[in-house]
Design a protein around this ligand. Structure first.
Ligand code: HEM
Length: 112
């Protein structure tokens, strides 16, 4: 809850406001991430994402989650290559804090 009036990106936030953080929106901020909708593992500011929050709200499950993701992506890349989103894939805020795709439609080809 805000304790005093704040202004954020031109919006006045009165004292006593409860803010709902949208981490997914922050990860799509074009002022921080160039072409945020493109998969680019070499992008600038790669580690500035807020997927697991930051500071004292950092997700305590981030280590196990990162490990699961490394294992999963390695297994996927053993079998497929050239993965890309199709235009039909739409990213939307889910109830709660997450931004994701309700339906993920991908193009890929089989690894030789
Ligand atoms: C891709 C997977 C995950 C994502 C994106 C994620 C993301 C987050 C985020 C953004 C928060 C902070 C929420 C807030 O500020 O209110 C959070 C909190 C939390 N996460 Fe995760 N998380 C993931 C997986 C996990 C896993 C695997 C566990 C447990 C094994 C876990 C346990 C928790 C708990 C207990 C909190 C609450 C921490 C607190 O309030 O102090 N998360 N997570």
């Amino acid at each position: 809850m805000t304790t005093q009036e704040e202004e954020f990106q031109g919006v006045k936030v009165p004292p006593g406001s409860i803010l709902h953080l949208r981490y997914g929106a922050a990860n799509m901020d074009e002022e921080v991430f160039e072409c945020p909708h493109q998969i680019d593992l070499d992008r600038k500011a790669l580690t500035r994402h807020l997927t697991f929050s930051q500071g004292h709200r950092t997700c305590p499950g981030n280590g196990i989650s990162r490990l699961e993701q490394v294992i999963t992506w390695n297994l996927i890349f053993d079998r497929v290559k050239n993965i890309s989103f199709t235009p039909e894939t739409k990213f939307e805020h889910q109830p709660g804090i997450m931004l994701g795709a309700l339906e993920l439609i991908l193009n890929f080809s089989k690894e030789d």
